[in-house]
Write a protein that binds this ligand. Sequence first.
Ligand code: COA
Length: 163
Amino acid sequence: MNNKKIAIYPGTFDPITLGHLDILERGSKLFDKIIVTIAVNQSKVPLFSIEERIEMIHDAITPYNNVTVEKFEGLLVDFATQQNACVILRGLRAISDFEYESQMALMNQHLADDVTTLFLMPNEKYTYLNSTIVKDVAKFGGNVEKFVTKLVVKKLISKFKGM
Ligand code: COA
């Protein structure tokens, strides 16, 4: 019997931001292991390939020895069950996140009642941050160093240079 407390932290991560890392940092103190899970959101067309997103996440999670990254296509609760994870970790930044997040959490609860969604709040300085806004700023030459890792800054610059 495995008594380790495992959580998955799913998202599109296109790209990972310091807001995501804030949630991970908090989560890494609560769980034995966290699996950052690159999942598919049907309504998004990512800028970065899965491999690029894995590379950026790998680099960002180096300080944490209990955090790994995986990609997954399919139902999130199936992946959680496969990995013996009891928790789906999600960040709640503002009231505007609540409706979408509660819909997903309740659907996931309906699909697998033994997998619990746990919401953590990031530091308030990240409450307005999301991956789209970072891509927008970077696309038009703005400085995003305060919001993402050095590797992500580099990748954003080279991605938009080639467009
Ligand atoms: N700091 C900064 N930004 C944050 C953040 C934080 N702490 N937490 C979330 N965000 C941002 C993300 O950058 C993202 O921004 P974007 O919309 O501009 O790209 C947005 O908030 C939310 O995205 P994310 O957390 O990546 O989640 P998502 O909504 O893209 O992911 C899945 C949803 C992938 C988890 C969901 O579609 C899923 O579970 N898919 C698998 C299939 C499945 O099981 N479906 C049934 C679900 S009920």
